[in-house]
Design a protein around this ligand. Structure first.
Ligand SMILES: Cc1cc2nc3c(=O)[nH]c(=O)nc-3n(C[C@H](O)[C@H](O)[C@H](O)COP(=O)(O)OP(=O)(O)OC[C@H]3O[C@@H](n4cnc5c(N)ncnc54)[C@H](O)[C@@H]3O)c2cc1C
Length: 287
């Protein structure tokens, strides 16, 4: 059963920020509700007040602005799947969106909610990490931007303050020479939380040497993580079977896996190495 709570329905962003500031720390944003409602039913938390941010006009839409792809804080995963700018500049995000839950959930679930919920297995996190995304946070006092790599603090903990809203996720437009892939292993092929997920991005430039490498992993640590050592093993080097194997080994070493109902720590670690290697080989073979 749902516990009792007050539901506030702001019509604009300033109204929502005012409401959150007035109720902090007991007020909680709700967007699609696909995490909040099951969590309320399960007793994970009991906020006195929910502030509905779904449908706020200021949080809608995906646009290109100043060399950035800007994904509004109210954009749903289904909208990401349909968007031509995402298809053009961030197909890796589209791959991840396709793997998240089911069409029914994707119609409600927002990208911002997926990040703010801070599940270690959040499917939107690895692609946005390899794209060097920033999270735009707004409060009554103003706006700040936080690199996504610094956003997560722990399981369901982020740097977001209770009176702040994610108003946008900003992604620098990647160079045309960059390639990226998403990967996910789950207990079913669809509508399942990841046992391991992740993304890789490599920019080979024109030199054939790896100029930028990004490797992000989910469900293998308390937060989605970047595998920095593995990235360094690629940067400045050509993408060869040897450098790929080394990066994949280092990515597995970056994990802090645990046993849970979805898989053992050892399996997660092993599968991380395999998936990173395959994802990097996939980029390479497309050349
Ligand atoms: C059946 C089912 C299957 C699922 N499968 C997957 C899956 O495969 N992969 C996956 O990653 N997730 C999955 N999920 C989880 C969920 O759908 C996603 O995390 C979703 O993206 C959350 O978005 P939401 O808009 O529903 O968030 P909500 O439930 O509304 O909110 C989630 C959290 O984000 C906060 N929040 C929401 N919007 C904002 C904002 N603009 N600013 C600040 N804080 C905000 C809320 O306060 C809350 O803490 C599944 C859920 C269900 C019910």
């Amino acid at each position: 059963m749902l516990p009792e709570f007050e539901l506030l329905m702001p019509r604009t962003l300033p109204e929502a920020l005012e409401m959150l500031a007035g109720r902090a720390p007991d007020g909680m944003p709700i967007a699609g509700g696909t995490n909040v409602i099951p969590d309320l039913r399960g007793g994970r938390y009991r906020p006195a007040c929910l502030v509905n941010v779904a449908g706020l006009p200021e949080l809608s839409g995906i646009r290109q602005e100043d060399g950035m792809l800007v994904i509004g804080g109210g954009v749903t995963v289904a909208e990401v799947l349909e968007d031509p700018l995402v298809a053009r500049y961030a197909p890796v995000l589209r791959e991840a969106a396709r793997s998240l839950a089911s069409p029914l959930v994707r119609n409600r679930a927002t990208v911002a909610g997926n990040l703010a919920n801070a599940s270690p297995a959040a499917d939107m996190a690895p692609p946005l990490l390899v794209l060097d995304a920033e999270v735009e946070l707004a409060s009554r006092e103003g706006t700040r931007r936080v690199p996504l790599k610094d956003f997560f603090l722990g399981v369901r903990r982020t740097v977001r303050q209770p009176h702040e809203l994610i108003t946008a996720i900003r992604v620098p437009l990647p160079p045309a020479t960059a390639r990226a892939r998403f990967f996910k292993v789950a207990l079913r092929k669809a509508d399942a939380i990841a046992v391991v997920n992740g993304a890789v991005r490599v920019d080979l430039g024109d030199s054939g040497f790896c100029q930028t490498a990004r490797i992000a992993l989910g469900a293998v640590a308390p937060t989605p993580i970047r595998a920095y050592e593995a990235e360094r093993a690629l940067e400045g080097h050509p993408l060869t079977p040897e450098t790929i194997a080394q990066a994949a080994r280092l990515a597995a070493e970056a994990t802090r896996t645990i046993d849970d109902i979805r898989g053992s720590a050892a399996y997660r670690r092993h599968v991380t190495e395999v998936l990173v290697r395959r994802a990097l080989e996939g980029l390479w073979s497309r050349e």
